[in-house]
Design a binder for this molecule. Structure first.
Ligand code: C2E
Ligand code: CA
Ligand code: CA
Ligand code: CA
Length: 279
Protein backbone atom coordinates (compact mmCIF):
# COMPACT_ATOMS: atom_id res chain seq x y z
CA UNK A 1 0.00 0.00 0.00
CA UNK A 2 2.85 2.30 0.83
CA UNK A 3 4.52 2.40 -2.58
CA UNK A 4 1.28 3.48 -4.21
CA UNK A 5 1.59 6.75 -2.31
CA UNK A 6 -1.21 8.69 -0.67
CA UNK A 7 -2.91 5.46 0.32
CA UNK A 8 -4.96 5.07 3.42
CA UNK A 9 -2.02 3.99 5.55
CA UNK A 10 0.33 6.80 4.68
CA UNK A 11 -0.32 8.32 8.12
CA UNK A 12 1.84 5.64 9.71
CA UNK A 13 5.17 6.91 10.95
CA UNK A 14 8.17 6.33 8.67
CA UNK A 15 10.10 4.38 11.33
CA UNK A 16 7.38 1.76 11.15
CA UNK A 17 7.96 1.05 7.54
CA UNK A 18 9.39 -2.37 8.15
CA UNK A 19 7.00 -4.46 6.28
CA UNK A 20 6.15 -6.88 9.08
CA UNK A 21 5.34 -4.04 11.43
CA UNK A 22 3.18 -2.33 8.89
CA UNK A 23 1.31 -5.50 8.10
CA UNK A 24 0.59 -6.04 11.79
CA UNK A 25 -0.73 -2.50 12.15
CA UNK A 26 -2.98 -2.83 9.15
CA UNK A 27 -4.13 -6.24 10.22
CA UNK A 28 -5.28 -4.93 13.59
CA UNK A 29 -6.86 -1.89 11.93
CA UNK A 30 -8.82 -4.19 9.62
CA UNK A 31 -9.79 -6.47 12.49
CA UNK A 32 -11.08 -3.49 14.45
CA UNK A 33 -12.91 -2.18 11.40
CA UNK A 34 -14.72 -5.50 11.13
CA UNK A 35 -15.60 -5.47 14.86
CA UNK A 36 -16.78 -1.87 14.74
CA UNK A 37 -18.89 -2.38 11.64
CA UNK A 38 -16.94 0.08 9.51
CA UNK A 39 -17.34 -1.90 6.29
CA UNK A 40 -20.23 -1.31 3.97
CA UNK A 41 -21.31 -2.53 0.56
CA UNK A 42 -21.93 -0.40 -2.49
CA UNK A 43 -23.97 -1.79 -5.37
CA UNK A 44 -23.32 -1.25 -9.06
CA UNK A 45 -26.07 -2.13 -11.55
CA UNK A 46 -25.64 -4.41 -14.52
CA UNK A 47 -27.89 -3.76 -17.49
CA UNK A 48 -29.27 -6.31 -19.89
CA UNK A 49 -28.76 -4.94 -23.39
CA UNK A 50 -31.72 -6.77 -24.95
CA UNK A 51 -34.27 -5.34 -22.50
CA UNK A 52 -32.43 -2.21 -21.43
CA UNK A 53 -33.33 -3.03 -17.84
CA UNK A 54 -31.24 -3.56 -14.72
CA UNK A 55 -30.47 -7.27 -14.56
CA UNK A 56 -28.75 -7.28 -11.19
CA UNK A 57 -25.88 -5.73 -9.34
CA UNK A 58 -22.41 -6.34 -8.03
CA UNK A 59 -21.72 -5.76 -4.34
CA UNK A 60 -18.43 -3.94 -3.78
CA UNK A 61 -16.92 -3.44 -0.36
CA UNK A 62 -15.99 -0.03 1.05
CA UNK A 63 -14.34 0.86 4.32
CA UNK A 64 -16.01 3.84 5.96
CA UNK A 65 -12.94 4.98 7.83
CA UNK A 66 -13.73 7.37 10.71
CA UNK A 67 -11.06 9.84 9.59
CA UNK A 68 -10.28 8.90 6.00
CA UNK A 69 -13.81 8.60 4.72
CA UNK A 70 -14.66 6.07 2.02
CA UNK A 71 -11.68 3.78 1.41
CA UNK A 72 -11.61 1.76 -1.83
CA UNK A 73 -10.93 -1.99 -1.76
CA UNK A 74 -7.63 -1.58 -3.64
CA UNK A 75 -6.29 0.06 -0.47
CA UNK A 76 -7.08 -2.83 1.88
CA UNK A 77 -8.19 -6.01 0.08
CA UNK A 78 -4.62 -7.03 -0.91
CA UNK A 79 -3.55 -6.83 2.75
CA UNK A 80 -6.68 -8.57 3.91
CA UNK A 81 -5.76 -11.37 1.51
CA UNK A 82 -2.17 -11.47 2.67
CA UNK A 83 -3.11 -11.68 6.36
CA UNK A 84 -6.01 -14.06 5.86
CA UNK A 85 -8.51 -11.52 7.20
CA UNK A 86 -10.23 -11.70 3.84
CA UNK A 87 -11.87 -14.88 5.13
CA UNK A 88 -13.90 -13.23 7.97
CA UNK A 89 -14.34 -10.09 5.83
CA UNK A 90 -15.57 -12.23 2.94
CA UNK A 91 -18.03 -13.97 5.26
CA UNK A 92 -19.32 -10.58 6.36
CA UNK A 93 -19.71 -9.50 2.70
CA UNK A 94 -21.69 -12.62 1.85
CA UNK A 95 -24.01 -12.23 4.84
CA UNK A 96 -24.49 -8.52 4.32
CA UNK A 97 -25.28 -8.84 0.60
CA UNK A 98 -27.86 -11.59 1.26
CA UNK A 99 -29.35 -9.66 4.19
CA UNK A 100 -29.62 -6.51 2.06
CA UNK A 101 -31.39 -8.27 -0.81
CA UNK A 102 -33.89 -9.77 1.64
CA UNK A 103 -34.44 -6.33 3.17
CA UNK A 104 -35.06 -4.88 -0.31
CA UNK A 105 -37.51 -7.67 -1.06
CA UNK A 106 -39.34 -6.91 2.18
CA UNK A 107 -39.54 -3.23 1.17
CA UNK A 108 -40.93 -4.14 -2.23
CA UNK A 109 -37.84 -3.10 -4.17
CA UNK A 110 -38.00 -5.12 -7.41
CA UNK A 111 -34.56 -6.51 -6.93
CA UNK A 112 -32.84 -8.94 -9.25
CA UNK A 113 -29.71 -10.81 -8.31
CA UNK A 114 -26.65 -9.71 -6.40
CA UNK A 115 -23.11 -10.75 -7.26
CA UNK A 116 -20.48 -11.08 -4.54
CA UNK A 117 -16.72 -11.23 -5.12
CA UNK A 118 -14.82 -14.16 -3.69
CA UNK A 119 -11.13 -14.33 -2.95
CA UNK A 120 -8.91 -17.36 -3.50
CA UNK A 121 -8.47 -17.77 0.25
CA UNK A 122 -12.18 -18.35 0.70
CA UNK A 123 -11.91 -21.30 -1.64
CA UNK A 124 -9.01 -22.85 0.20
CA UNK A 125 -9.99 -22.10 3.79
CA UNK A 126 -12.85 -23.94 5.41
CA UNK A 127 -16.02 -25.08 3.79
CA UNK A 128 -17.23 -22.48 1.29
CA UNK A 129 -20.31 -24.42 0.12
CA UNK A 130 -21.21 -25.00 3.77
CA UNK A 131 -20.92 -21.28 4.49
CA UNK A 132 -23.04 -20.37 1.46
CA UNK A 133 -25.72 -22.87 2.51
CA UNK A 134 -25.67 -21.49 6.05
CA UNK A 135 -25.99 -17.86 4.95
CA UNK A 136 -28.79 -18.68 2.48
CA UNK A 137 -30.55 -20.64 5.22
CA UNK A 138 -30.19 -17.86 7.80
CA UNK A 139 -31.36 -15.10 5.47
CA UNK A 140 -33.91 -17.16 3.54
CA UNK A 141 -32.57 -15.84 0.23
CA UNK A 142 -33.45 -17.72 -2.94
CA UNK A 143 -30.10 -19.23 -4.10
CA UNK A 144 -30.79 -18.13 -7.68
CA UNK A 145 -30.56 -14.51 -6.59
CA UNK A 146 -26.97 -14.97 -5.47
CA UNK A 147 -24.09 -14.94 -7.90
CA UNK A 148 -20.49 -15.56 -6.91
CA UNK A 149 -17.70 -13.94 -8.89
CA UNK A 150 -14.32 -15.57 -8.97
CA UNK A 151 -11.37 -14.54 -11.06
CA UNK A 152 -9.89 -16.54 -13.84
CA UNK A 153 -6.50 -16.77 -12.08
CA UNK A 154 -8.21 -18.07 -8.93
CA UNK A 155 -9.89 -20.98 -10.60
CA UNK A 156 -6.79 -21.87 -12.59
CA UNK A 157 -4.59 -22.16 -9.52
CA UNK A 158 -5.89 -25.43 -8.14
CA UNK A 159 -7.98 -26.74 -10.91
CA UNK A 160 -9.36 -30.04 -9.63
CA UNK A 161 -10.20 -28.85 -6.12
CA UNK A 162 -11.74 -25.63 -7.40
CA UNK A 163 -13.96 -27.43 -9.88
CA UNK A 164 -15.23 -29.69 -7.09
CA UNK A 165 -16.12 -26.66 -4.94
CA UNK A 166 -17.74 -24.94 -7.92
CA UNK A 167 -19.85 -27.98 -8.60
CA UNK A 168 -21.01 -28.06 -5.00
CA UNK A 169 -21.92 -24.38 -5.21
CA UNK A 170 -23.83 -24.92 -8.44
CA UNK A 171 -25.75 -27.76 -6.79
CA UNK A 172 -26.92 -25.30 -4.11
CA UNK A 173 -28.40 -23.22 -6.92
CA UNK A 174 -26.15 -20.15 -6.84
CA UNK A 175 -24.79 -18.75 -10.10
CA UNK A 176 -21.09 -18.50 -10.80
CA UNK A 177 -19.23 -16.06 -12.96
CA UNK A 178 -15.66 -15.80 -14.09
CA UNK A 179 -14.39 -12.28 -13.37
CA UNK A 180 -11.64 -10.27 -15.07
CA UNK A 181 -11.79 -12.66 -17.98
CA UNK A 182 -9.07 -12.41 -20.60
CA UNK A 183 -6.31 -11.46 -18.17
CA UNK A 184 -5.38 -15.01 -17.18
CA UNK A 185 -4.40 -18.07 -19.06
CA UNK A 186 -7.52 -20.16 -19.44
CA UNK A 187 -7.80 -22.22 -22.50
CA UNK A 188 -10.98 -23.13 -24.23
CA UNK A 189 -10.54 -26.69 -22.96
CA UNK A 190 -10.19 -25.61 -19.35
CA UNK A 191 -13.13 -23.31 -19.51
CA UNK A 192 -15.47 -26.07 -20.57
CA UNK A 193 -14.83 -27.83 -17.24
CA UNK A 194 -16.12 -24.98 -15.13
CA UNK A 195 -19.78 -24.94 -14.17
CA UNK A 196 -20.16 -21.20 -14.78
CA UNK A 197 -22.96 -18.97 -16.06
CA UNK A 198 -21.21 -15.73 -16.94
CA UNK A 199 -17.94 -14.45 -18.33
CA UNK A 200 -17.02 -10.93 -17.31
CA UNK A 201 -14.72 -9.31 -19.84
CA UNK A 202 -11.98 -7.43 -18.03
CA UNK A 203 -12.12 -3.66 -18.01
CA UNK A 204 -8.64 -3.38 -19.54
CA UNK A 205 -10.04 -4.58 -22.89
CA UNK A 206 -13.23 -2.54 -22.71
CA UNK A 207 -11.20 0.57 -22.00
CA UNK A 208 -9.44 0.33 -25.36
CA UNK A 209 -12.19 -1.33 -27.32
CA UNK A 210 -12.72 1.57 -29.73
CA UNK A 211 -9.10 2.69 -29.94
CA UNK A 212 -7.11 -0.53 -30.04
CA UNK A 213 -8.00 -3.20 -32.62
CA UNK A 214 -6.38 -5.95 -30.52
CA UNK A 215 -8.54 -5.18 -27.50
CA UNK A 216 -11.57 -5.12 -29.76
CA UNK A 217 -10.65 -8.50 -31.22
CA UNK A 218 -10.17 -10.01 -27.76
CA UNK A 219 -13.48 -8.68 -26.49
CA UNK A 220 -15.29 -9.88 -29.62
CA UNK A 221 -13.70 -13.33 -29.34
CA UNK A 222 -14.66 -13.63 -25.66
CA UNK A 223 -18.27 -12.77 -26.50
CA UNK A 224 -18.35 -15.32 -29.33
CA UNK A 225 -16.70 -17.97 -27.17
CA UNK A 226 -19.10 -17.31 -24.29
CA UNK A 227 -22.06 -17.75 -26.60
CA UNK A 228 -20.72 -20.97 -28.07
CA UNK A 229 -20.47 -22.29 -24.53
CA UNK A 230 -23.96 -21.03 -23.68
CA UNK A 231 -22.61 -18.50 -21.24
CA UNK A 232 -23.58 -14.86 -20.95
CA UNK A 233 -20.95 -12.24 -21.65
CA UNK A 234 -20.77 -9.18 -19.43
CA UNK A 235 -18.57 -6.19 -20.17
CA UNK A 236 -17.27 -4.35 -17.13
CA UNK A 237 -16.00 -0.79 -17.00
CA UNK A 238 -18.14 0.59 -19.83
CA UNK A 239 -17.65 4.35 -19.69
CA UNK A 240 -18.63 5.71 -23.09
CA UNK A 241 -21.47 5.54 -25.60
CA UNK A 242 -18.96 4.42 -28.25
CA UNK A 243 -17.94 1.42 -26.13
CA UNK A 244 -21.60 0.59 -25.54
CA UNK A 245 -22.41 0.80 -29.25
CA UNK A 246 -19.53 -1.50 -30.10
CA UNK A 247 -20.48 -4.07 -27.45
CA UNK A 248 -24.10 -3.99 -28.54
CA UNK A 249 -23.06 -4.65 -32.14
CA UNK A 250 -20.98 -7.61 -30.98
CA UNK A 251 -23.92 -9.13 -29.14
CA UNK A 252 -22.62 -8.63 -25.61
CA UNK A 253 -25.40 -9.60 -23.19
CA UNK A 254 -24.91 -7.29 -20.25
CA UNK A 255 -22.85 -4.26 -19.38
CA UNK A 256 -21.68 -2.62 -16.20
CA UNK A 257 -19.83 0.65 -15.84
CA UNK A 258 -19.77 4.32 -15.01
CA UNK A 259 -21.74 5.12 -18.18
CA UNK A 260 -24.78 3.67 -16.43
CA UNK A 261 -23.89 4.19 -12.81
CA UNK A 262 -21.05 4.16 -10.35
CA UNK A 263 -21.35 1.76 -7.42
CA UNK A 264 -23.97 3.26 -5.08
CA UNK A 265 -24.81 3.04 -1.37
CA UNK A 266 -27.72 0.66 -0.74
CA UNK A 267 -30.43 3.32 -0.46
CA UNK A 268 -29.39 5.02 -3.69
CA UNK A 269 -29.24 1.70 -5.49
CA UNK A 270 -32.76 0.85 -4.30
CA UNK A 271 -34.00 4.22 -5.62
CA UNK A 272 -32.35 3.53 -8.99
CA UNK A 273 -33.99 0.10 -9.23
CA UNK A 274 -37.40 1.58 -8.41
CA UNK A 275 -36.97 4.22 -11.14
CA UNK A 276 -35.85 1.54 -13.60
CA UNK A 277 -38.96 -0.50 -12.86
CA UNK A 278 -41.10 2.58 -13.42
CA UNK A 279 -42.27 3.33 -9.88
P1 C2E B 1 -13.76 -6.08 -9.66
O1 C2E B 1 -14.40 -7.27 -9.06
O2 C2E B 1 -13.22 -6.21 -11.03
O3 C2E B 1 -14.87 -4.94 -9.59
C1 C2E B 1 -15.06 -3.96 -10.57
C2 C2E B 1 -14.34 -2.68 -10.20
O4 C2E B 1 -14.40 -1.78 -11.31
C3 C2E B 1 -14.96 -1.93 -9.04
O5 C2E B 1 -13.92 -1.26 -8.35
C4 C2E B 1 -15.85 -0.92 -9.75
O6 C2E B 1 -16.13 0.23 -8.97
C5 C2E B 1 -14.95 -0.56 -10.91
N1 C2E B 1 -15.69 -0.02 -12.03
C6 C2E B 1 -16.93 -0.32 -12.44
N2 C2E B 1 -17.27 0.35 -13.55
C7 C2E B 1 -16.19 1.11 -13.86
C8 C2E B 1 -15.93 2.04 -14.93
O7 C2E B 1 -16.74 2.30 -15.81
N3 C2E B 1 -14.70 2.62 -14.92
C9 C2E B 1 -13.76 2.36 -13.96
N4 C2E B 1 -12.59 2.99 -14.05
N5 C2E B 1 -13.99 1.48 -12.96
C10 C2E B 1 -15.19 0.87 -12.90
P2 C2E B 1 -13.82 -1.31 -6.76
O8 C2E B 1 -15.18 -1.24 -6.15
O9 C2E B 1 -12.82 -0.28 -6.37
O10 C2E B 1 -13.24 -2.74 -6.48
C11 C2E B 1 -11.96 -3.11 -6.92
C12 C2E B 1 -11.71 -4.57 -6.73
O11 C2E B 1 -11.69 -4.90 -5.35
C13 C2E B 1 -12.79 -5.46 -7.33
O12 C2E B 1 -12.58 -5.55 -8.73
C14 C2E B 1 -12.53 -6.74 -6.58
O13 C2E B 1 -11.46 -7.44 -7.14
C15 C2E B 1 -12.14 -6.22 -5.21
N6 C2E B 1 -13.31 -6.26 -4.32
C16 C2E B 1 -14.31 -5.36 -4.15
N7 C2E B 1 -15.20 -5.78 -3.24
C17 C2E B 1 -14.76 -7.00 -2.81
C18 C2E B 1 -15.25 -7.95 -1.88
O14 C2E B 1 -16.31 -7.78 -1.25
N8 C2E B 1 -14.50 -9.09 -1.71
C19 C2E B 1 -13.36 -9.32 -2.40
N9 C2E B 1 -12.70 -10.47 -2.20
N10 C2E B 1 -12.89 -8.45 -3.32
C20 C2E B 1 -13.58 -7.30 -3.50
CA1 CA C 1 -16.06 -8.56 -9.65
CA1 CA D 1 -14.00 -7.58 -12.64
CA1 CA E 1 -10.96 -6.37 -11.59
Amino acid sequence: AKQEGGGVFSFYAPEMNQRAMETMEIESALRLALERGEFTLYYQPKVDLASGRISGCEALIRWLHPRRGVVAPADFIPLAEETGLIVPIGTWVLKEACRQVRAWQAEGVPIANVAVNLSARQFRTGDLPGLVREVLGETGLDPHLLELEMTESMVMADHAQVVAVMEELTAIGVRLSLDDFGTGYSSFAHLSHFPINHLKIDRSFIKQIVTDPNSATIATSIIAMAHRMRLKAIAEGVETEAQLAYLRKQGCDEIQGYLLSRPLPASEYAALVRRDAGF
